[in-house]
Ligand binder design. Structure first.
Ligand code: NAD
Length: 338
């Protein structure tokens, strides 16, 4: 069914995932406007540059911590995608206020702005980290209590709680997605980003945090963006005050060792680079070394994730290498290793 004319607002729309979502929103002729609110802390103009001639895309440099400045931007919006956040769980180790502000307070501000401007629907990017460190237990949406082991995960739990409360109290509708690990071109953080940057500096050695047996489910970013589009259709169909939660990750998991060896294989560096594994089972404190997520609820709802985790990793690596081969910006030292 075609989407009715819609005004979208995407927080964090200049980010890795947000920019892929915007590609899909702008590909839909029913889209009237896509309003991006981003402070460009990790977002990049380059991610949206290919849309510069589309008048439906309105990019606003906004700090979401400043509620009074945020509220006017929500006027006339039908559907929010809330993606802005601290993107990297490791950063919360150095700065313990980061996730409190970038997750909990920013999510509160988004919900409060929606309440004040009577915006009815939100799709939220949560994470499998909410389940905490439960080893290889396959997590499903009703598994609880949610006891995360990182401040990032704690911020996601708090945000989910706020969404539940705003829905019940003020009649909002929401879809919460708990993502696995998202990979693909325009990456700005994460394991593939780290490995490629290392190899660009020194192709002889690749250092892995932890013993490389950490294994998590991976999703290719454009598949995830398609899932977000599915989510907004589900959101529209919800009655007021209702919300629903879905894992968005394939069954199974991919090890860091697979990612390292697959990257070297695709680069043709298998005989050139020595991989140095650490000894710890975790990559860093708060890292959930093992994660398995049950995606049967999403599948039953009508969105089967199209690739297995290993397939997503291999495909994402090929897309990243292709993207890097044509990328002109090297502000972040992310470039094709030679
Ligand atoms: N990438 C993953 O593997 C993954 C996994 C699980 C969940 N998520 C969630 O998905 C969402 C998007 O992640 P991403 O990987 O695209 O990260 P990203 O860093 O590329 O995107 C986040 C965007 O939010 C913006 N932003 C951050 N704080 C802001 C603030 N205070 N005001 C305005 N803008 C702000 C950044 O500039 C950036 O453009 C996040 O909520 C993240 O927690 C990502």
């Amino acid at each position: 069914m075609a989407n009715p004319s819609t005004y979208y607002l995407v927080t964090g729309g200049a980010g890795f995932i947000g920019s892929h979502l915007i590609d899909l929103l702008l590909a839909d002729p029913a889209t009237k406007e896509v309003r991006v609110l981003d402070n460009f802390s990790s977002g990049r103009q380059e991610h949206l540059a290919h849309h510069e001639h589309d008048p439906r895309l309105k990019i606003h440099t906004v700090e979401l911590l400043e509620l009074d400045k945020v509220v006017p931007h929500f006027l006339g919006v039908d559907q929010v995608f809330h993606l802005a956040a601290n993107p990297d769980a490791r950063w919360g180790i150095e700065n313990t206020r980061l996730d409190l502000e970038q997750e909990t307070i920013v999510t509160y501000n988004v919900l409060e702005a929606m309440r004040r401007q009577k915006v009815p629907r939100i799709v939220f990017s949560s994470s499998g980290t909410v389940y905490g460190d439960v080893g290889t237990t396959v997590t499903h949406e009703k598994l609880g209590p949610a006891l995360p082991v990182s401040l990032y995960g704690a911020g996601k739990v708090a945000s989910e709680g706020l969404i539940s409360a705003f829905c019940a109290t003020f009649g909002l509708r929401a879809i919460i997605f708990r993502f696995g690990n998202i990979v693909g071109e325009r990456t700005t953080h994460g394991v593939m980003y780290d490995f490629i940057r290392q190899l660009a500096k020194n192709p002889a050695d690749l250092k892995v945090l932890g013993n490389g047996h950490q294994a998590k489910p991976y999703v290719y970013v454009r598949d995830l963006a398609a899932g977000l589009m599915f989510g907004q259709e589900r959101c529209r169909a919800l009655p007021p005050s209702q919300f629903d939660v879905f894992n968005l990750a394939p069954d199974g998991a991919t090890s860091v060792r697979f990612i390292a060896t697959e990257l070297l294989r695709q680069l043709g560096f298998s005989d050139r680079t020595k991989i140095h594994y650490g000894e710890a089972t975790q990559g860093w404190p708060g890292d959930v070394a093992q994660s398995r997520m049950d995606s049967s609820k999403l599948r039953a709802a009508g969105f089967p994730i199209p690739r297995s985790s290993d397939e997503a990793v291999s495909f994402a690596l090929s897309q990243i290498l292709q993207w890097l081969s044509g990328r002109t910006s090297q502000l972040d030292d992310l470039r094709l290793p030679r």
